[in-house]
Design a protein around this ligand. Structure first.
Ligand SMILES: Cc1ncc(COP(=O)(O)O)c(C=O)c1O
Length: 444
């Protein structure tokens, strides 16, 4: 029998350009890669990662806001190794999983949602699908409110509630979606308004939508800070004002905490806490497993139990992801990483504020260890994705990995590990300052 030899990865001697060609040949064209010359990250420790050519970087993007404790954290590694050593990486939820029950108890308690129950999934997309199913089923309606500029995932239902054209392949939708204002204070229509006036206008618009366009809404789904949207954030208190109106109509509120949970915003354990709101459901993923695939929904018990058909996510809440997630959450709580996010976030953003003086920087904003620099064309003031791309490259050349986002792709966004030290915060801030100044002066 003829056995065809397939190339096996990784091939130590293979150059980046060859790997890139192989990637392009077999991976989808719509799966974006960062950098003109893309990176292969092969090892990591703490807040640093090393590429296949031996260069080390300080990581301020953590695998898209996911390696929440940084790399090679002994507590997480050992918890996973202990589980694997037992010989069981999967059993399914047809059987009791002790670590799953224990983690659900902790998340339910931390959520502040009354009589909360938890369902574990494998991703944020799947978590949001579940929340949308719970809400539309409970309310017997396919009408959903979402925010302009939002991102909630890549499945049919979550694309339907995504308000960011760059990530929306289809306008075909299983839901009837109405988009609300709240993260567009800087747009020409609203920029003259004070924060209070802007909130009032947003609330009036919500009332108008409910009175005239959307008779029977199931829920509002919203990110407290829009992740892919470039860390765009509504004024604190907007969602409390929205919730008052929603409550008048019995409309449910789902907070998508995929990027904002576990203390990242510094001032609250879940991002929505910054608005003084307890939602009916919260979705989570990314950081909880510190890189292991885990997501989920925590919801009011009656809402969770409202589904009438059976449900299962085969891999959701499997013993390995539960070991990783349990150890990660314990680490966050035992080391008060929410407090650290507040302290180190302040160090970084205080330094970055000077960038606002530059004609190519429109805004510098932050919440805890989520911060963003918004780039514009210095001549026209229009959003400039190319300038953001140049800063991304300039930061990499100087040894710092950052991310990009925004509805116009012109926002640099940073979400370092919550374990970031004061020295690392200062180092990353200084590299970023240098990179932006170099691009502003056309030196990069
Ligand atoms: C706020 C938010 N919700 C949902 C998702 C989807 O999560 P996943 O990529 O794990 O499906 C993301 C991913 O970036 C996100 O940022």
């Amino acid at each position: 029998m003829l056995i065809l030899a397939m190339p096996s990865a990784p091939r130590e001697t293979e150059g980046m350009s060859e790997l890139l060609s192989r990637h392009r040949a077999v991976m989808p064209s719509w799966l974006p890669l960062y950098y003109e010359s893309p990176l292969e990250l092969v090892s990591g420790s703490g807040a640093r990662v090393t590429d296949s050519e031996g260069r080390t970087y300080l990581d301020f993007f953590t695998g898209i806001v996911t390696n929440m404790l940084g790399y090679d954290v002994a507590e997480v590694r050992e918890a996973v190794e202990r589980q694997i050593a037992r010989g069981v990486v999967h059993t399914s939820t047809l059987y009791l999983i002790r670590s799953q029950v224990e983690l659900a108890e902790k998340i339910a308690r931390l959520s502040g949602i009354p009589d909360a129950k938890v369902f574990f999934t494998n991703s944020g997309t799947e978590a949001n699908e579940t929340a949308l199913l719970l809400a539309t089923h409970a309310r017997g309606s396919d009408e959903v409110l979402a925010m302009r500029g939002s991102y909630h995932g890549r499945s049919f239902g979550t694309v339907a509630v995504t308000g960011n054209k760059a990530w929306k392949n289809s306008s075909l939708s299983p839901l009837n979606v109405h988009y609300l204002h709240g993260t567009d204070h800087a747009s020409p229509a609203f920029r003259g308004l004070s924060e209070r006036e802007y909130v009032d206008v947003c609330v009036a618009d919500l009332r108008e939508v409910l009175d005239t366009a959307a008779p029977d809404v199931a829920c509002l789904i919203a990110e407290p800070v829009q992740g892919v949207g470039g860390f765009a954030m509504p004024p604190d208190g907007l969602y409390a004002a929205y919730k008052e109106v929603l409550d008048e109509h019995g409309i449910l509120f789902v907070s998508d905490e995929v990027q904002t949970a576990w203390g990242r915003t510094g001032t609250s354990f879940f991002g929505i806490g910054n608005h003084g709101v307890t939602p009916d459901a919260m979705t989570f993923a990314k950081g909880l497993g510190n890189g292991f695939a885990v997501g989920g929904v925590v919801a009011r018990g009656d809402l969770m139990d409202g589904l009438t058909a059976l449900g299962v996510a085969t891999f959701g809440g499997n013993p390995v992801s539960m070991a990783a997630a349990g150890a990660t959450l314990d680490y966050v709580l035992e080391h008060d990483l929410q407090g650290n996010a507040l302290r180190q976030g302040a160090t970084v953003v205080q330094g970055l504020r000077e960038l606002r003086e530059l004609p190519c920087v429109k805004d510098v904003r932050s919440k805890g260890l989520m911060f963003a620099v918004e780039m514009v064309d210095p001549e026209t003031g229009a959003p400039s994705a190319p300038l953001a791309g140049r800063v991304l490259e300039a930061a990499r050349e100087r040894g710092l990995l950052v991310g990009k986002g925004g509805v116009h792709g012109n926002v640099l966004r940073m979400a370092p590990p919550l374990t970031l030290s004061a020295e690392e915060a200062a180092e990353g801030r200084d590299i970023l300052l240098d990179a932006v100044h170099a691009v502003a002066a056309d030196r990069a």
